[in-house]
Design a protein around this ligand. Structure first.
Ligand code: BTN
Length: 249
């Protein structure tokens, strides 16, 4: 596998922090960090998720970390490619443990037992270019939240044995590096195609809430700006971003 070894050359380990994304944002503002710096903790006290939700992770060996990137090669309209490569890195990581998984738009990773990883990317723009991105990742390694209304899983649950989170982090960074190199080499088509091959709902009917209305549709594709293209049962094409469209049970 092509591996630049650049992600995680510096890892800042914190005993405890509210959110590794917040900590990373402070470092970026102070202008003190290199591309590929990782901030990680086993005790994140106020983890943030997508759509304003919390990310709950206990301290028994799950991974919560953020990667600081300066993806100068991406225009603002292509920003979602970074989400795609991050999802693909999580998916490759799980594949390396023979854990069957699907990427869920916009950027979660699921096994048949539920959600196993979540991604929150926060971008800074300068004009039309991405100035920086903070790629926040939570991976349920040895535990997962116990919420009956929301199915989740962990690597341990899938494998039926405990696993060293440090080894998982190292593997993840290797996979992220591999896909980040695709970005740097502008292999955008291969990123888009691979993401769609692993995407939940591709050519499979499911329910989507579109501006408060529920429709049955299949996913046709996901653009590099994050827009999802759906085709309803009736052949109507609907498209929208994550604040407009949501997969529902
Ligand atoms: C989601 O699924 O809603 C996204 C969850 C992202 C959680 C990670 S944990 C590390 C980083 N710091 C945060 O506060 N959030 C992200």
């Amino acid at each position: 596998m092509n591996n630049t070894g650049f992600t995680g050359s510096t890892i800042i380990r914190l005993d405890s922090v509210d959110s590794t994304n917040n900590y990373a944002a402070k470092l970026v503002k102070e202008g003190k960090v290199f591309d590929g710096t990782v901030i990680m903790t086993y005790n994140q006290t106020n983890g943030r998720g997508q759509r304003g939700k919390n990310w709950i992770s206990n301290t028994t060996g799950n991974l919560t970390f953020s990667i600081i990137c300066y993806p100068k090669m991406l225009g603002a309209k292509e920003y979602f490619l970074l989400s795609k490569v991050t999802s693909l890195a999580v998916s490759d990581l799980l594949n390396s443990y023979q854990i069957k998984n699907k990427v869920k738009w916009p950027n979660d990773c699921y096994t048949s037992n539920g959600k196993i990883a979540g991604i929150l990317i926060e971008n800074g723009l300068h004009g039309n270019q991405l100035e920086y991105s903070i790629v926040g990742i939570g991976i349920n390694v040895n535990d997962h939240p116990n919420q009956p209304e929301f199915r989740s899983s962990s690597i341990r649950d899938e494998l039926q044995y405990a696993i060293d989170p440090e080894a998982v982090l190292k593997d993840f960074l290797k996979h992220f590096d591999h896909w980040y190199l695709h970005l740097r080499n502008s292999n955008f088509t291969s990123i888009k195609n691979t993401y769609e091959q692993r995407l939940m709902g591709i050519n499979e009917l499911a329910n989507y809430s579109v501006n408060e209305k529920t429709v049955k549709a299949i996913v046709k594709s996901v653009e590099n700006d994050g827009k999802i293209i759906l085709e309803t049962n009736e052949g109507e094409i609907i498209s929208g971003y994550m604040d407009e469209i949501k997969r529902v049970p």
